[in-house]
Design a protein around this ligand. Structure first.
Ligand SMILES: Nc1nc2c(c(=O)[nH]1)N[C@H]1C(S)=C(S)[C@@H](COP(=O)(O)O)O[C@H]1N2
Ligand SMILES: [Mo]
Length: 516
């Protein structure tokens, strides 16, 4: 009987799973392990060898490199498989060392953050699990295969050899198939992403027919550490249920408005860009933002008023909600009044001067000032159904969150940071306060539960944006508790009762402790 290649099969299956898992994680997070190792090899290859390879392979040099690396990796995987079957756990140690190299390579890229290590670590863990599991099965099966066994075969053992070899092969086959599927899936994902990134870069946003109000002098207080009035896109908070960013090609994108309407409406991306677009500033807040939290940001948006588009559809007077839906199935239920009143509820295509970033809903999302994101800010928008709250429930309302989600009057202390040590004397206390669509009138600060003191408030940009505030505190030695509260444009004072974010947003005063 010929020797059965238990070890090589074990090693190859483990290697394929590791690569597949690593590349799939890379598709989600960036930084492919194969890419990182390739780049590191390029960095460490002596110049003469690089030139020799380029001379021979020309522009195919990168292909040659990646294929060579895969061959080397396959050889190491086979070696690890053989070792693991014969001398566990040395195979796992060898494969683990290969994985560690990939992790080091990923982290050594100049732009790397810790996230860069995740695909290599995940791939290595997956490979080790398969190597250990299959190695164990191979040892069990080999022990009862009579051929080449010095003890000689007995009849029952011979019968057991067939099924256990088959079950080993089935496990190895399934592992390899899953690995290949993951690798292929990751490549498809990468292709789709590149295509949409390219389409997004090619977009030239039209000039607004109506510009946002200019930012008044005095709307930004020059305080170090305070949240900037307009959040750069890269710092804008991101919250969604999408594991993979949806890839929506603007050339194929369509928004459909249907349901309780006299006239269904369909509009494409270019048609939308051709309409008179308006620019507006608005602060977006997540209902899951805890008191003092940072799930809040502000942008200058470019978009088309939803009320104008809804008017084309002529909604029934009985309708009280619009269920907006994203390409990945997320839904939000927005009161129709918030979409048809005078506020700047828009279908946004631009964010701070550029086409919507993919994480923020490219190509089109909703922005509705005054409502938390979960009931209004649908990203990757594809349809709007005019309906009623008593007929359908949206994604989060099915999961115990409030049906309506008006933003609650809130304030936050940005400086000093909670737990900071500051010097005695004048200390600037500063932060932001918001109640979009209503507007903030003032902020007060209290030290150690004492009297509320009026803070200076920055010039208002619009009622739809947060407002900065600052207060000069004569700090005395010791540990002190600072809290802030806001008053809105109607004279209402921020709710002092401490409540969690469920079901419709946290309340209570942001309180910090500072050591002087
Ligand atoms: N398609 C889709 N849109 C979505 C969500 C989502 O999960 N999927 N989350 C919503 C929530 S809860 C919030 S707070 C905002 C956040 O928008 P941002 O990520 O651009 O800050 O998007 C909203 N739009
Ligand atoms: Mo949210």
């Amino acid at each position: 009987m010929r020797r059965f290649p238990w070890g090589p099969i074990t090693g190859i299956a483990a290697g394929v799973v590791g690569l597949g898992a690593g590349e799939l994680l890379a598709g989600i997070l960036g930084t492919s392990p194969v890419g990182a190792v390739s780049s590191a090899v390029i960095d460490f290859t002596p110049g003469w060898l690089k030139e020799a390879v380029i001379a021979v392979a020309g522009t195919a040099d990168k292909v040659v490199l990646v294929v060579s690396l895969l061959v080397v990796a396959a050889a190491i995987a086979i070696g690890a498989g053989i070792l693991e079957v014969r001398r566990p756990p040395w195979g796992a140690v060898l494969l683990g060392a290969l994985g560690a190299l990939a992790v080091i390579a990923a982290l050594s890229r100049s732009s790397a953050t810790e996230i860069a290590a995740v695909p290599s670590v995940g791939g290595t863990v997956a490979a080790l699990l398969v190597l250990r599991g299959l190695g164990q099965r191979a040892r069990t099966a080999r022990a009862i295969v009579p051929a080449r066994d010095s003890r000689g075969g007995s009849a029952p053992a011979t019968r057991a050899a067939g099924p256990s070899r088959r079950s080993f092969l089935i496990s190895a086959g399934i592992a390899a198939a899953v690995g290949v599927a993951a690798a292929v899936g990751s490549q498809a994902l990468a292709l789709g992403t590149r295509a949409v990134d390219g389409a997004r870069r090619a977009i030239r946003l039209p000039a607004p027919s109506k510009s946002a109000p200019p930012i008044p002098a005095g709307a930004s207080l020059e305080v170090e550490g305070i949240a900037p009035l307009i959040t750069p896109n890269a710092d804008f908070y991101r919250i969604d249920t999408a594991v993979f960013l949806p890839n929506l090609d603007p050339a194929e994108w369509k928004l459909r408005i249907f349901g309780m309407v006299e006239q269904e409406v369909e509009i494409g991306y270019q048609e939308l860009l051709a309409l008179p677009l308006e620019e507006s500033h608005a602060t977006l807040t997540c209902v899951s933002n805890v008191v003092g939290g940072d799930l809040i940001s502000t942008a200058t948006w470019l978009g088309y008023p939803i009320r104008s588009l809804l008017a084309r559809a002529r909604p029934s007077a009985n309708a009280d909600m619009v269920l907006s839906k994203s390409s990945d199935g997320f839904t939000a239920g927005t009161p129709i009044t918030a979409l048809t009143d005078e506020r700047n509820a828009i279908l946004a295509v631009g964010m701070n001067g550029v086409p919507l970033p993919r994480e923020h809903g490219f190509p089109v999302r909703m922005v509705v000032p005054g409502l938390y994101g979960y009931v209004s800010a649908t990203k990757w928008l594809v349809s709007m159904e005019v309906t009623r709250f008593d007929r359908v429930q949206a994604y989060w309302t099915q999961r115990a969150w409030g049906e309506r989600g008006p933003v609650k009057l809130s304030s936050r202390i940005d400086v000093p940071k909670d737990g900071a040590r500051v010097a005695e004397g004048t200390v600037t206390v500063a932060g932001v306060a918001w109640e979009q669509h209503t507007g903030v009138a003032g902020v007060q600060v209290s030290v150690d539960g004492g009297e509320w003191q009026d803070a200076d408030i920055a010039t208002e940009l619009t009622v739809d944006t947060w407002r900065q505030w600052r207060w000069d505190w004569a700090a005395t030695p010791g540990s002190h508790e600072l809290r802030a509260r806001a008053t809105d444009a109607t004279g209402a004072v921020q709710d002092p009762v401490e409540r969690g974010v469920l079901p419709d947003g946290a309340t209570g005063f942001h309180t910090i402790t500072v050591d002087v």
